[in-house]
Design a protein around this ligand. Structure first.
Ligand SMILES: *Cc1c(COP(=O)(O)O)cnc(C)c1O
Length: 430
């Protein structure tokens, strides 16, 4: 095996990391292996994982059940095209997703990543209205502080400021943005909390294909938790305006918010829903777009009579097999208790951060803990402070947040919180 120095030199010369430059790079840490809730660096250090590799690794790393599911699947086939062919792993997965998601969702379109599943959702909404003879309905209404992915249509509905719309303004479709919900999770939604959304919806309803939002938890666009009552009212307003509702559950899905899907907090069924991230327990890239009977049938009965999308690796058997194993493992293991236990651990462990200088707010929902700071972190500096204390978290902007694997032990969770408190105490007080 090559040495750490050589590996880092090639990485620095040729590997482009997420949201980074190729000059003056921040350090990256070479990983040898990952097991359970620990990431082992090549220099021998072990880090407690507080990120689940961006919402994905809910069962921890290197899980024997998921490893075995992949081994079993690879013995029969790694891949076949999904055009004209089908197989047990994909059929098992669509069956599970239909059973677990809100009742109105009946048809599953398998995709290769979260952003693609959002593109697919948007295309479905536009094709739906076209099939109904209303081609003028092609725009989207969404919320500020949202995040829906990095491809073009997905980017067009990300927060205009943090999503850097000005860079791509000449090519991005121009969408409509309501303010981020001011009513917090657990609070009721007053008329004034939703009046700007309502105005936009009614004023533009004849050109709107859909509303797209992240239910309850706005993730990468600000880590905000908002009122279930707001979501319920959005659902009713969309019905009244004849506009579809797309729920992006890519981050929230599979228990992270404290419910299997965050829509359950409002007891609503969207017309279209996207899932991804934790779908395969962090093993392989896979996502899905689910549609109601009404949406699917209308598209299929219209012109051109088919839904116009079909990725090469659609329904990949390895990805579907590990997704099935991950879902079964989640349901068998009593995830609700695990997430409740993490919520309590985060409440207790992060509470002292409220008294630190430079901390604006500490908020917790399900297995998500957020410390919002007054000023943006310096990534290079704060990352090293965490790693030096044996913890892997990756803050962004003014947010330090924890979302550990559901299997994290109480001791490790307490350590994650204590280190977060220490590091924020050192860096944010100046
Ligand atoms: C991560 C994320 C996406 C994009 O998923 P990718 O797999 O990174 O393309 C879309 N929506 C939400 C809510 C996400 O958190």
């Amino acid at each position: 095996m090559r040495g750490v120095e050589e590996l880092l030199a090639i990485d620095q010369a040729h590997a482009w990391h997420p949201y980074t430059a190729t000059i003056n790079q921040d350090p990256v840490y070479p990983v040898r292996a990952a097991r359970g809730c620990r990431i082992q660096l090549m220099d021998g250090r072990e880090l407690i994982d507080g990120m689940s590799s961006w919402w994905c690794a809910i069962h921890g790393y290197n899980h024997p059940v998921l490893n075995q599911a992949l081994r079993d699947q690879i013995e029969s086939m790694a891949h076949v095209m999904f055009g004209g062919l089908t197989h047990e792993p994909a059929v098992g997965l669509v069956e599970r997703l239909v059973a677990l998601t809100p009742a109105a969702l009946r048809h599953v379109f398998l995709c290769d990543s979260g952003s693609v599943s959002v593109e697919v959702a948007i295309k479905m909404a536009i094709q739906y209205h076209q099939a109904r003879g209303e081609p003028g309905r092609h725009r989207l209404l969404t919320l500020r502080s949202g995040y829906h992915g990095d491809t073009f249509a997905a980017m067009s509905v990300c927060d205009p400021v943090t999503g850097m719309h000005h860079l791509f303004s000449r090519v991005l479709p121009q969408q409509l943005f309501a303010p981020a919900p001011a009513c917090r999770f657990g609070a009721p939604c007053q008329d004034e909390d939703i009046s700007a959304f309502t105005d936009l919806l009614w004023r533009h309803r004849e050109e709107l294909a859909a509303v797209i939002l992240e239910p309850i938890v706005q993730g990468a666009g600000g880590m905000r938790f908002y009122s279930a009552d707001y979501l319920r009212r959005v659902r009713e307003l969309c019905h009244a305006a004849g506009v579809l509702l797309i729920a992006d559950e890519i981050a929230t899905g599979f228990g992270r918010s404290g419910r299997l899907f965050a829509c359950e907090y409002a007891d609503i069924s969207p017309d279209i829903m996207t899932v991804g991230k934790a779908l395969t327990g962090g093993y392989l890239t896979l996502a899905a777009t689910l549609a109601s009977q009404e949406v699917a049938t209308t598209i299929s009965a219209g012109t051109p009579g088919v839904f116009m999308h079909g990725p090469t690796f659609m329904g990949n058997p390895l990805a579907c097999a590990v997704a099935n194993a991950s879902i079964d493992l989640l349901l068998a293991r009593g995830w609700e208790q695990e997430v409740r236990r993490i919520q309590a651990g985060l409440e207790q462990g992060l509470a002292p951060c409220r008294d630190l200088r430079g901390v604006v707010e500490v908020r917790i929902l399900g297995a998500i803990g957020v410390v919002e700071l007054a000023r943006p972190v310096v990534m290079r500096d704060i990352q090293r402070r965490f790693v030096d204390r044996g913890v892997w978290v990756r803050p962004f902007g003014r947010l330090v947040y924890l979302m550990p694997p559901y299997v994290i032990e109480a001791r490790d969770l307490a350590r994650l919180c204590a280190v977060t408190q220490e590091v924020i105490g050192e860096t944010a007080s100046g």
